[in-house]
Design a protein around this ligand. Structure first.
Ligand SMILES: NC(=O)c1ccc[n+]([C@@H]2O[C@H](COP(=O)([O-])OP(=O)(O)OC[C@H]3O[C@@H](n4cnc5c(N)ncnc54)[C@H](OP(=O)(O)O)[C@@H]3O)[C@@H](O)[C@H]2O)c1
Length: 222
């Protein structure tokens, strides 16, 4: 793989997906915004291109995004996670799929709710199969901060997945977006990243924080 990718974002018209698209495109990657509506995707792409002063974001359907991306991000609400996985399943074999899904169940979004098989990311790995290198990450990053070009990120990113090389690709992408990312281990560990988000949402509400985050202390050995 090159270090400049074609990166698709299924559900990319939303808050987190468009924030990731903005940061990835600013880092020089070609980005495909996926949506159920081509018009919505194109409008989102146009707005982000104007913000960046570039042309490297294109709006497509979710299906085209899954087909054309070298790396495919999945950024839809948990309630639509299963249906969207089934839609992209036949088009992502051999690719890295980056799942940001937090299993929130409205209206109780400040409470941890776990899917039957442990986490959204395990569901993704089981549904897509072992030919897909599923990585889960960005669960704890507030979308509003990704959109703010001047924001200096204080929230670290935990990156989970069974394929170390695929995790490293996502750690590097996060770094390019201005975020400090850490390998967090296998996809089974994703439950921890996913579970921290309702806690952060609770902290946001309780203390009036605009996008609470988390930071890992300690320094890697040289
Ligand atoms: N927002 C955050 O700060 C944040 C932070 C960390 C993790 N996350 C996670 O990231 C994911 C996306 O969050 P978000 O806040 O960006 O969500 P969102 O804005 O509510 O939705 C993202 C996109 O999903 C698509 N969508 C909505 N309903 C759908 C349906 N019924 N079927 C298929 N697609 C549907 C929409 O795209 P189209 O209508 O254009 O198809 C929408 O733009 C969630 O799993 C969330 O838990 C969010």
């Amino acid at each position: 793989m090159n270090d400049k990718y074609t990166i698709s974002i299924v559900g990319g018209s939303g808050a987190l997906g468009s924030g990731l698209a903005f940061r990835l495109a600013r880092s020089g990657h070609n980005v495909l915004i996926g949506s159920r509506s081509r018009e919505r995707a194109e409008a989102c792409a146009q707005e982000l291109n104007q913000k960046i002063g570039g042309t490297n974001i294109v709006g497509v359907t979710n299906l085209e995004a899954a087909q054309q991306g070298e790396i495919v991000f999945l950024t839809v609400p948990y309630g639509n996670h299963g249906d969207t996985l089934n839609e992209i399943k036949d088009h992502v074999s051999g690719k890295i799929v980056v799942d940001v899904t937090v299993p929130l169940v409205p209206p109780r979004v400040a409470r941890v709710t776990l899917p039957p098989n442990g986490s959204a990311a395990v569901t993704t790995q089981v549904t897509l199969g072992e030919s897909v290198r599923v990585v889960s990450a960005f669960h704890n990053v507030a979308a509003v901060h990704l959109h703010d070009v001047d924001h200096v990120h204080e929230c670290d990113v935990l990156v989970f997945g069974n394929d170390k090389e695929a995790r490293s690709v996502v750690v590097d992408l996060a770094d390019q977006m201005g975020l400090k990312a850490w390998h967090g281990g296998s996809i089974d560990n994703s439950v921890m990243g996913e579970s921290l988000t309702p806690v952060l949402i609770f902290i946001n509400k309780h203390y009036g924080v605009n996008g609470a985050g988390l930071r890992i202390t300690g320094r890697p050995a040289a």
